[in-house]
Design a protein around this ligand. Structure first.
Ligand SMILES: NC(=O)c1ccc[n+]([C@@H]2O[C@H](COP(=O)([O-])OP(=O)(O)OC[C@H]3O[C@@H](n4cnc5c(N)ncnc54)[C@H](O)[C@@H]3O)[C@@H](O)[C@H]2O)c1
Length: 274
């Protein structure tokens, strides 16, 4: 299969290129960065493209059977909000539009576990129930999660208007060299230092449980106090068998386990605030 991987220099994109190449597919990699003149050691052709530009998107998508779309600004804290929203929404719109118009058979959309409402809400947010699954109500506040939510809706639109098959995945905390400091806690520490030196218009203050006021329980929600991201993988607009599905529990099974909740509270996950 001829597959285009966008965001190919990122954590998820690079892993997808390697896995799909190993599986015997014919891959084209694309990203924002300059290509190098020398051939890549893996022999995968690379094309530089900014997918917010429709012309770039149509030029790189054409001729592929499938697209794995991993290109995005992957958080709402390190770029201005309008940049995150515009980049992520227009990149997915153009890439999907190009896939539909050029007759690609399949589109894999890297969405996000933030779509239901965590990890970057401005106002306190707690899930209605745990574990969060794909039936959880969608209440994003930040520009990143909102654009991801709209991206999933674009998948629904694409399958309404064409024969393309679309799958949205909501990965959680994919690791790579770039995230080492965040996962070791140093990212949180540097953000606390940044807060101490004063806020910037685009900065986000990270608070750990130890320095966060505990949100007051709301009487009308069946909520947990933990905002630790729950691993979630979901598919939408999905037509083909064998693609991923998240567990769909009957509502009666969604009781919280007190032991599990205590365990989550003890872990003291970082809570982000814009
Ligand atoms: N890493 C995670 O834990 C995680 C969790 C949930 C969702 N996601 C999603 O998975 C995807 C990949 O995430 P990642 O962690 O590999 O991010 P990353 O930042 O490592 O890689 C993203 C790549 O997209 C490219 N890109 C951004 N805007 C572009 C544009 N307009 N045109 C072309 N390329 C562009 C960047 O240059 C970068 O190389 C993203 O959509 C992200 O939102 C990641």
């Amino acid at each position: 299969m001829r597959i285009l991987v966008t965001g190919a220099r990122g954590k998820v994109g690079a892993a997808a290129v390697a896995a799909l190449t190993d599986a015997g597919h014919e891959i084209t990699a694309t990203d924002l960065g300059l290509p190098v003149f020398e051939a890549r050691p893996d022999g995968v052709p690379y094309i530089r493209a900014d997918l917010t530009d429709a012309g770039d998107a149509f030029a790189v998508v054409r001729g592929h059977d499938a697209v794995v779309h991993a290109a995005a600004i992957p958080d709402p804290i390190s770029s201005p909000p309008h940049r995150v929203f515009e980049n992520n929404l227009m990149a997915i719109f153009n890439t999907l539009e190009a896939a539909v118009r050029s007759g690609a058979a399949r589109f894999v959309n890297l969405s996000s576990e933030t779509v239901p409402g965590f990890i970057f809400p401005e106002r306190p947010w707690v899930p209605d129930y745990l574990p969060v699954d794909e039936r959880h109500p969608i209440r994003p506040q930040d520009p990143y999660a909102t654009a991801k939510h709209f991206g999933e809706q674009l998948m629904d639109r694409a399958v309404r208007l064409s024969d393309i098959t679309c799958v949205s995945l909501r990965p959680s905390w994919c690791s790579g060299r770039a995230t080492t400091s965040r996962e070791s806690g140093r990212g949180c520490a540097s953000r606390r230092a940044q807060r101490a030196s004063g806020p910037t218009p685009t900065s986000t203050t990270w608070r750990t449980r130890s320095d966060s006021p505990r949100p007051r329980p709301r009487p009308d929600t069946r909520s947990s106090t933990s905002q630790r991201p729950t691993s979630l993988r979901t598919s939408r607009s999905q037509r083909s068998p064998g693609a991923s599905t998240a567990s769909r529990r009957p509502r009666s099974d969604r009781r919280r386990s007190p032991a599990g909740e205590r365990d989550l509270q003890r872990q003291g996950a970082p809570v982000a605030r814009l």
